[in-house]
Design a protein around this ligand. Structure first.
Ligand code: HSE
Length: 307
């Protein structure tokens, strides 16, 4: 059996508009890297050059590993080496990427051969550390890749391969984000919603699924419409309305908040207009005096062993 293994896991976008806590899409924008090494000393330790907790009980990958050791009765010492590349706190599934890489690495290191649902469940334990509540949309995408639909009680993930021409532009505003950002942005979501709004969101969510099934990027993009969560959360993102208006004018098919924000994500079915959409997003943020970075990306295949 190998003594050490390295897994990379991608960034992801959650919700895709109307699919709050249900939809996720793996993005090849950034990858976190986790190396697990068996040690003779009987403890779990974390090595990293990045600004993240090194106490395994406060670190997403640490929590995943400790939980899996308990669940599968493994008593080795393990060193977890983490290279974080997914920017934390911007709505690109940063904590999920480390958690996903840790779960997949553990599965491979101990040859557990867990199925997708179990791997996602194990990775989801890491999310609790950052969001305060377990939500599986980002980890499911990061573990399995592609587009995912999360059903809970019992956990059941449906994965659909995205259309080959689907492209995204992410706009990352240079804002100072609160430490428990996901918790904060979950706090502004309405407790009660109108029945008509739920019908609108359900119709668009259904159309997004049909778009992925039929490999129809235009249908996916045009159905990225959320009348429940986006209106509540956009107040936390200066310039959001202008960014959205600009990106749509530049040819984006749909625009929404990426996960819990503050990044914004625009969808397109052509590589031809991505630079124009990027510029439009940057200008939108500048109208609110916010600098930003844009990233052009496509769906990712999910976590994999680093060769
Ligand atoms: N679905 C979660 C939320 C994703 O929007 O709060 C957080 O990354």
């Amino acid at each position: 059996m190998a003594r050490s293994i390295t897994v990379v896991a991608p960034s992801s976008t959650a919700n895709l508009g109307p699919g709050f806590d249900v939809f996720g899409l793996a993005l090849d924008a950034f990858f976190d890297e986790v190396t697990l090494t068996k040690k003779i000393t009987k403890n779990v330790s974390i090595q990293t050059g990045d600004d993240i907790p090194t106490n395994p009980d406060k670190n997403t990958a640490g929590l995943v590993v400790k939980n899996m050791m308990k669940k599968f009765n493994i008593k080795d010492g393990i060193e977890i080496k983490i290279k974080k590349n997914v920017p934390a706190g911007y709505g690109m599934g940063s904590s999920a990427a480390s958690a996903a890489a840790a779960a997949v690495a553990f599965d491979k290191l101990y040859r557990l051969k867990l199925d997708g649902n179990l791997l996602v469940e194990c990775a989801g334990v890491g999310e609790k550390a950052s969001a305060g509540a377990i939500h599986y949309d980002n980890v499911a995408a990061s573990v399995l890749g592609g587009f995912v639909i999360v059903r809970t009680n019992p956990l059941d993930i449906i994965k659909i391969d995205p259309p080959a021409n689907l492209r995204m532009v992410i706009g990352v505003p240079h804002l100072k984000v609160p430490k428990k950002k996901t918790k904060v942005s979950r706090g502004v979501i309405p407790k009660k919603i109108n029945f008509t709004d739920s019908i609108l969101n359900l119709s668009n969510a259904s159309a997004i699924v049909a778009g992925f099934m039929n490999k129809d990027s235009e249908l996916i993009g045009k159905s990225i419409k959320d009348v429940i969560v986006e209106p509540a959360r956009k107040q936390l993102i200066p310039g959001f309305s202008k960014v959205k208006e600009n990106a749509l004018k530049a040819g984006a098919l749909g625009v929404t908040i990426s996960g819990a924000g503050p990044s914004v994500i625009a969808f397109s079915n052509s590589s031809g207009n991505l630079k124009k959409i990027s510029r439009a997003i940057s200008k939108g943020f500048i109208s609110a005096k916010i600098q930003s970075q844009t990233i052009i990306c496509k769906p990712s295949i999910g976590a994999s062993i680093k060769k």
